[in-house]
Design a protein around this ligand. Structure first.
Ligand code: CMC
Length: 385
C-alpha cells in the first residue's frame, strides 16, 4: 500500500477561506475583520466587537445601542433553562452545565419550521439566535457559579453594559472600573481565532446543514479539552500546585522529567509567542496592582522565564487569563465557560459564514486496519453477489 500523505491533526492544512479573522504567525498578528485585536481591546466595548464579527464592520452609535438593547432583552434565563441546570449535580463540570443549557435553549427555540430541512436557518434567524446565545451565556455562567457556591441568584441589571452586568450577576456587587476593563479586554481577546478546534467543529456541524445551536454545543465540547480552552482552568491548577515563585524550579524539574505538558504554553500556529498575550498580561498587571498581589506577578514571571529558557515554548492567552480570572474571583472551573461566553461570537460568525458558502466537510482517511477477511462458514445470498 502506498504511503498516504497524512497531515496529522490537520497541521498546516488550509481548509477554506474566512473573512472573519486573520492569524499571521510571521508578524505575530491577529486581525478581526481587518482590525488588530490589540486596538480593539484598547478602544472597544465587547458588544462592538461582537457586532464587528457578525457584520464585518464596527457599529455606529445607533447600531451599538440597538445591539445593546437586544442583548439586554435576552439576558434573563427562561424557567426551563434554570430548571435544567438545577437538575444537574452540583459537582457537574460547569462546561457540561453550559453545554446542557445551550442545548435546552436550542430545543426551546421554535423559530423556523422545525423540519431538519430548515435547520440551517436564514441569515436573519441565525443572527437572532447568535444574539440570544451571546446574551444568555453570562447569565448561565453566573447562575452556575452562584448555584455551586450556595448563593442567591442575582438577576441581570438593565443599566449595566455587558461586562459590568456579567460581573454584577456573578458577584452580586458592582465591579470596579479597572476590573470591568480587564474583563472586557479578556472577552475581546478570546472572541475569535480563525480555524481553531472548536470553531472548526462548529463549521463541520454547520456543513451538514444542521442548526446553529447544535454547532455551538459541539464547539463547547471541543473547547472543554485542556489542549484548547480547558487550558485556562488547567493553568490555575498548575499555579496552585506550584504555590509560590520559590517552588517553580523544583516543580518544573519534576514536571518535565515526567514529560508533563505545561498548561498555558505552546500554540499550534504561533511558535514565537501568542499575539494576544501582551495585551492580556497588561490587563493582568492592572488586576495584580488593584488587588495588591505581587506574589501572583512573581510566580507568573518565574514560571514563564524558566519554561521559556528551558524549552523555547512561549505562553498562550490562557497563561495570563487564568490568573486574571482567579484574581477577579471566578471559580477555577468557571474559566473555560468564560471563554465560551466570548468565543460564541466568533463561532456564530463562522457558522453564518459557513452557511453562506457551504460545502459538506467530509475528508478522507487512509485505512491501516486488518486486511479483508470473512466470517467462517458464511455463504452469501445469491442476491448479495
Ligand atoms: N509543555 C511541554 N511541552 C510542550 C508544550 C507544553 N505546553 N507544548 C508543546 N510542547 C512540546 C511537545 O511535548 C512536543 O515535544 P516533542 O516534539 O519532544 O514530543 C513539541 O513541543 C510539539 O508539541 P505538540 O503538542 O506536538 O505541538 P502542537 O502544535 O500540537 O501543540 C498545543 C499545540 C497547544 C497542543 C501544545 O502546545 C500544548 O499542549 N500546550 C499546552 C495546552 C495549552 O496551553 N493549550 C492552549 C492552546 S492556545 C489557546 C486555546 O486554544 O485555548
Amino acid at each position: 500500500m502506498a504511503e498516504a500523505d497524512i497531515k496529522k491533526g490537520l497541521a498546516g492544512v488550509v481548509v477554506d477561506y474566512t473573512a472573519v479573522s486573520k492569524v499571521n504567525p510571521e508578524t505575530n498578528s491577529l486581525l478581526y475583520r481587518g482590525y488588530p485585536v490589540q486596538e480593539l481591546a484598547a478602544t472597544q466595548p465587547f458588544e462592538a466587537v461582537a457586532y464587528l464579527l457578525w457584520h464585518g464592520e464596527l457599529p455606529t452609535d445607533e447600531q451599538l445601542a440597538e445591539l445593546r438593547a437586544e442583548e439586554r432583552r435576552h439576558r434573563a434565563l427562561a424557567d426551563n433553562v434554570r430548571a435544567a441546570i438545577d437538575l444537574l449535580p452540583l459537582d457537574a463540570h460547569p462546561m457540561d452545565e453550559v453545554r446542557t443549557a445551550v442545548s435546552v435553549i436550542g430545543a426551546s427555540d421554535n423559530s423556523g419550521s422545525g423540519s431538519v430541512l430548515d435547520a440551517a436557518g436564514s441569515p436573519e434567524e441565525n443572527l437572532e439566535r447568535s444574539i440570544r446565545l451571546y446574551a444568555a451565556l453570562p447569565s448561565i455562567v453566573a447562575y452556575g457559579q452562584r448555584r455551586r457556591r450556595g448563593q442567591e441568584i442575582v438577576e441581570p441589571r438593565d443599566d449595566l453594559d455587558y461586562s459590568a452586568n456579567f460581573l454584577w450577576m456573578t458577584f452580586g456587587e458592582e465591579a470596579d472600573e479597572v476590573v470591568v476593563d480587564a474583563f472586557n479586554r479578556s472577552m475581546i481577546l478570546y472572541a475569535e481565532h480563525s480555524f481553531n478546534a472548536s470553531t472548526f467543529t462548529a463549521r463541520v456541524i454547520t456543513s451538514t446543514l444542521s442548526d446553529l445551536y447544535s454547532a455551538v454545543v459541539g464547539a463547547i465540547g471541543a473547547l472543554k479539552g485542556p489542549l484548547h480552552g480547558g487550558a485556562n482552568e488547567a493553568v490555575l491548577h498548575i499555579m496552585s500546585e506550584i504555590g509560590s515563585a520559590d517552588n517553580v524550579v523544583p516543580w518544573l524539574d519534576q514536571a518535565l522529567a515526567e514529560k508533563r505538558k505545561i498548561m498555558g504554553f505552546g500554540h499550534r500556529v504561533y511558535k514565537r509567542g501568542d499575539s494576544r498575550v501582551p495585551t492580556m498580561k497588561a490587563a493582568l498587571d492592572t488586576l495584580i496592582e488593584h488587588y495588591d498581589r505581587p506574589d501572583v506577578a512573581e510566580l507568573y514571571a518565574k514560571l514563564e522565564s524558566e519554561f521559556v529558557s528551558r524549552k523555547g515554548i512561549y505562553p498562550n492567552l490562557d497563561y495570563p487569563s487564568g490568573p486574571a480570572y482567579n484574581l477577579i474571583g471566578f471559580d477555577t472551573l468557571t474559566f473555560t465557560p468564560l471563554f465560551i461566553a466570548s468565543r460564541v461570537t466568533g463561532w456564530t460568525a463562522h457558522i453564518m459564514e459557513q452557511t453562506a458558502s457551504n460545502a459538506l466537510i467530509r475528508p478522507l482517511s487512509a485505512y491501516n486496519g486488518a486486511d479483508e477477511r470473512h466470517i467462517e462458514g458464511y455463504v452469501p445470498d445469491a442476491a448479495e453477489l
